[in-house]
Design a protein around this ligand. Structure first.
Ligand code: XMP
Length: 516
C-alpha cells in the first residue's frame, strides 16, 4: 500500500457535503489529512497515527435514534479534536452537554465575536469575524470543562472549547470560502494545536512516491496508459523517475480526439523523455460506433474497443507485472475499497468492464491520496509544462459524446474543425484560462440557411463554455458577444457542412456539462 508517511490529521465524515473541503484546506497548510467515514474500521483510521481529529458537519441530529455517533477512539486518543457544526454538537453531546433544535434555523453569513482571543485557535484572527453558518440544532448547555469561545447574534455558543484537553467545537463552517479566514483557523488547529509539521509539499511527496515505486517495482516492468491528461501524465512522470525505461507508456489514438491532439500529446510526452508507444486505432473505434446513437451505448462500445486495443498491445509489449494508473483521491473516496489486483477498470474510461483474467496486473497508483490541484502541483515540481497542467478535462469517450447522433469520420472532422475555432478564439482573447471547459458540440439537426445566393441545409453546432470548481455543478460563462460572433462567423464560413451556431446557456444542474 502506498501511503504517505507524514504527520497526519483524520477528518471523520458525518455526511457533510463539505467533508472533502476540510481535508483540502488542511492540506493547503502543508499538513496531510485523510477522510474516513465516521464508522470506518478504527484500526484502519489509527494506522495513520493521527495527531488530531476533525469531526465534519452532517445532516443528522445527535439526539435522534440512529444518528452517527462519536467513535470511542477519538477521545481515548487524548489528541486534539475540532468538531465542526454536527461535529461540535456530537462532541458536546458525548461529553455531557445538551444539544437541542435552535429557535430558528441559521443559514448564511454571520459575524462572530471572539470571547477567548488568547486561545491558540484564534491566533491572528480578528474579532468580529465573518463566518458561514448552516445549522438547525445548537449546543444549549456546555459539557463540564468547556467554555464559550465565540458568540454570534443567533448562536450564543458559536464556538466552544476545553483548552486543557484541546477539545474544540465551532458551529460555523471554517472550510468554506464564505468563511474568509476559516482556512487560517484550520491551519492553527493543525500546526499549533495538533503540532503537525507541514511536510506535505510537492518535493517531499515526489521524493517519497518515487522511492516507494522504485522499491515496489524492483527489476519488473510497468505499463501505463496515457491520454495526455494531467493525471496519467503526472503518474507516468513519477514512475519514469522511479524506474526509467522499465516503464512503457501506451497511448491509444481513438480517432475521437480533438484536432491535432494525438500528435501534440505524443510530441509533448516524448519531449518529457517518456518511453511512449502510440497506437492508431481510429478504425476500430469507428467500426464499434457504427450506427450507434444512444449515448450510453456509445460509452459501452468505446470501453470495449479500448479494452480490446489495450489488451492486444499490452500482450504484444509485455509482459508487465505492474499497471500504473492516475487514480485520484476523490475517486478513492467515492469508491471506498481496498486496492485490488486489476480485474481493474481502466480509469480513463470508467464506464468499462474489466481486463481479461489472464492479463492481470498489480496496480501502482501514486496519486491515490492526492486531489487534482495537488497532482498539478506535483506535476509542476516534476517539470511538466504549464500548458499540459492547465489542460481542460476531456472525457474518456472523447468527441463521441460531443458528436450527438451517429459518429462518422466526416462528422468527427466537422466537429474537430469547429472545436478548433472555439479553442483558437478563446486562446487569442485570453478567455481560455477563465473557463473550466469550453468546446463545440455537433448536433444531428439540419437547418436551412442561405450562403451567397444558394439555399443551404446543413448541421448545427452548439458552443458550451462553463465555469466550475468541481465539475459537479457548473454555470455557463457569459462570453463577450464579440467573441461569440467571431466564433460563429468563422465556423459557418470555414467548416463545410455547418450553417448555424448556437450558444448553450444552461447551468448544471439541470443540464450536464457534456451533451451526452
Ligand atoms: P457531465 O457531462 O457529467 O461532466 O456534467 C462532468 C465532467 O466529466 C467529464 N465527463 C466524462 N469523463 N468519461 C470521462 O472520463 C465520461 O464518460 C465522461 N462524461 C463526462 C466532462 O467532460 C466533465 O468534465
Amino acid at each position: 500500500m502506498i501511503r504517505p508517511n507524514h504527520d497526519a490529521l483524520v477528518v471523520l465524515d458525518f455526511g457533510s457535503q463539505y467533508a472533502q473541503l476540510i481535508v483540502r484546506r488542511i492540506r493547503e497548510s502543508g499538513v496531510y489529512a485523510e477522510l474516513f467515514p465516521w464508522d470506518a474500521d478504527p484500526e484502519e483510521v489509527l494506522a495513520l497515527r493521527p495527531k488530531g481529529f476533525i469531526l465534519s458537519g452532517g445532516p443528522a441530529s445527535v439526539y435522534e435514534a440512529g444518528a452517527p455517533t462519536l467513535p470511542t477512539y477519538v477521545l481515548e486518543s487524548g489528541r486534539p479534536v475540532l468538531g465542526i457544526c454536527y461535529g461540535m454538537q456530537l462532541l458536546a453531546h458525548a461529553l455531557g452537554g445538551r444539544v437541542a433544535p435552535a429557535p430558528a434555523r441559521e443559514y448564511g453569513r454571520a459575524e462572530i465575536e471572539i470571547l477567548t482571543p488568547a486561545d491558540p485557535l484564534w491566533h491572528g484572527l480578528p474579532s468580529p469575524m465573518t463566518v458561514w453558518m448552516s445549522h438547525g440544532d445548537r449546543v444549549e448547555a456546555l459539557p463540564p470543562g468547556f467554555r464559550a469561545m465565540a458568540r454570534s447574534p443567533n448562536a450564543p455558543l458559536a464556538a466552544i472549547g476545553d483548552p486543557e484537553r484541546r477539545l474544540y467545537g465551532v458551529q460555523f463552517h471554517p472550510e468554506v470560502a464564505h468563511t474568509p479566514l476559516g482556512r487560517e483557523l484550520l491551519r492553527r488547529f493543525a500546526l499549533d494545536l495538533c503540532g503537525c509539521r507541514p511536510t506535505w509539499i510537492p518535493p517531499a511527496i515526489a521524493e517519497e512516491q518515487i522511492a516507494r515505486i522504485r522499491e515496489r517495482v524492483g527489476g519488473e516492468r510497468v505499463l501505463c496508459a496515457v491520454s495526455g491528461g494531467v493525471d496519467s501524465t503526472v503518474t507516468a512522470a513519477l514512475v519514469h523517475r522511479a524506474v526509467g525505461d522499465r516503464l512503457t507508456c501506451l497511448f491509444v489514438d481513438t480517432g475521437l480526439l480533438r484536432q491535432g491532439e494525438a500528435e501534440a500529446v505524443v510530441r509533448a510526452l516524448r519531449g518529457l523523455g517518456l518511453p511512449i508507444v502510440a497506437v492508431h486505432a481510429a478504425e476500430t473505434f469507428l467500426e464499434a460506433l457504427r450506427g450507434i446513437t444512444d449515448p450510453e451505448e456509445k460509452r459501452v462500445r468505446i470501453g470495449h474497443a479500448f479494452i480490446a486495443v489495450f489488451t492486444e498491445h499490452a500482450r504484444r509489449l509485455g509482459p508487465f507485472r505492474f499497471l500504473a494508473q492516475g487514480t485520484l483521491y476523490p475517486d478513492v473516496i467515492e469508491s471506498r475499497g481496498p486496492e485490488r489486483r486489476a480485474a481493474a477498470r481502466i480509469k480513463t474510461h470508467h464506464n468499462v468492464g474489466g481486463l481479461p483474467p489472464d492479463l492481470s496486473f498489480e496496480l501502482i497508483e501514486p496519486l491515490r491520496y492526492l486531489f487534482k490541484d495537488e497532482a498539478r502541483a506535483l506535476g509542476a515540481h516534476l517539470g511538466l509544462p504549464a500548458e499540459l497542467l492547465r489542460r481542460q478535462p476531456f472525457p474518456g469517450p472523447g468527441l463521441a459524446v460531443r458528436c450527438v447522433g451517429e459518429v462518422t469520420w466526416e462528422r468527427l472532422e466537422r466537429l474537430r474543425a469547429a472545436d478548433a475555432i472555439v479553442q483558437e478564439e478563446l486562446a487569442h482573447s485570453g478567455w481560455a484560462d477563465r473557463v473550466a471547459q469550453a468546446f463545440a458540440v455537433l448536433l444531428p439537426v439540419r437547418s436551412v440557411g442561405v450562403m451567397g445566393d444558394a439555399r443551404t441545409y446543413e448541421e448545427v453546432v452548439a458552443i458550451r463554455a462553463v465555469a466550475t470548481e468541481d465539475f459537479m455543478t457548473a454555470s455557463w460563462v457569459p462570453l463577450p458577444h464579440e467573441i461569440l460572433d467571431r466564433i460563429a462567423t468563422r465556423i459557418v464560413n470555414e467548416v463545410p457542412g455547418v450553417n448555424r451556431v448556437l450558444y448553450d446557456i444552461t447551468h448544471k444542474p439541470p443540464a450536464t456539462i457534456e451533451w451526452e
